[in-house]
Ligand binder design. Structure first.
Ligand code: PMV
Length: 318
């Protein structure tokens, strides 16, 4: 056991395309973004667990899952007491990967504290079980992205085989903005279940939408590789159309997205979405970002530029 503090951080992520269909074995294109969550874990006389303002309950349950998994995997009887602080500029519950970043960073910090050597794969395997506890049926795409960093092509072939490839393109596609459409009232778990019900009731129609998302995701990889801005926008628009058919985009968000399209840009939800009120952070692209900044200002919407973050999970001290 380490007798000093351990700090590990992980970035947030966005789904460029493939959210929801990725749960059903289709590919997703994701990227880590320049927002980070940091876990600092220190030895302590009493075990206070993880502290993050306003989230104590979730984190206590989460701590339990991660600890039990580590104990089981490494044949440990107990885990010495510790205290852990979580700080983050990834907004919680907006589809930007806060939960994946927390799972990965907490797992790596705890393993370091226990003097257990870890690599990306072992952190993925442990934190995936944590994600499963909260999300029911996650693809693992979020986790792979925040651990790996950069642009990633992800696919869950089977529960026991999740494959991904980092895409080291020197793309010039970089005018990405995020627009706050409001925090979804629904959790990722509820949104995944909503699509699950749809898939059960209308298997043919939904399979068709998933197939279309697969084709579009592959086209998007090529458009990125070729830095074909116009094509990126066309594909994002078509991808959004399909997500709307899955019922994961609220009327309010659809309104924002249509306005951006009319201004010559493209926009879509990124992640699980939300259908009652907000759908989380919308991804928006325009060859002239000023157009979107202006639109956001007039409509009183928060907008922010984001960048691809190359570094995934990172130990901040050795
Ligand atoms: O909204 P987020 O960041 O939880 O992303 C969820 C993405 C889904 O495809 C809807 C679920 C998953 O596990 O991939």
């Amino acid at each position: 056991m380490k007798n000093r503090s351990v700090t590990v951080s992980a970035p947030g992520k966005i789904h460029l395309l493939g959210e929801h269909s990725v749960v059903y074995g289709k590919p997703a294109l994701l990227t880590a973004i320049n927002k980070r969550l940091t876990v600092t874990l220190s030895p302590s006389k009493t075990n206070t667990g993880f502290t993050l303002e306003g989230q104590e309950k979730t984190i206590a349950a989460f701590q339990n899952v991660i600890e039990e998994t580590i104990k089981d995997m490494y044949k440990l009887k107990t885990i010495p007491p510790y205290t852990a602080f979580v700080s983050s500029n990834i907004p919680l519950g907006y589809g930007l990967g806060s939960s994946a970043a927390l799972s990965a960073a907490a797992t790596a910090a705890l393993l370091t504290f226990l003097d257990i050597p870890w690599d990306e794969k072992s952190v993925f395997n442990i934190s995936y079980l944590g994600e499963k506890h909260f999300h029911g049926n996650p693809s693992g795409g979020d986790l792979a992205t925040v651990i790996e960093g950069g642009l990633l092509y992800f696919r869950k072939e089977f529960e026991f085989l999740k494959s991904f490839s980092p895409l080291p393109f020197a793309t010039t596609i970089e005018n990405f903005l995020i627009i706050d459409s409001g925090k979804p009232t629904e959790s990722t778990k509820e949104m995944v279940a909503k699509v699950g019900d749809l898939e059960k009731n209308f298997p043919k129609q939904i399979a068709e939408i998933f197939n279309k998302q697969e084709v579009l995701t592959k086209q998007l990889v090529l458009a990125f590789k070729e830095s074909d801005e116009q094509n990126v926008m066309t594909i994002l628009k078509q991808g959004e159309e399909n997500l709307e058919k899955l019922g994961v985009v609220s009327k309010k968000s659809q309104g924002i997205i249509r306005s951006i399209e009319k201004l010559g840009g493209a926009s879509k939800i990124s992640g699980a979405g939300g259908y009652q009120n907000g759908s989380g952070m919308l991804l928006a692209y325009h060859s002239d970002p000023e157009v979107i900044y202006k639109f956001a200002k007039i409509n009183n919407l928060n907008v922010e530029k984001i960048q691809i973050e190359k570094t995934g999970l990172r130990q901040e001290n050795i």
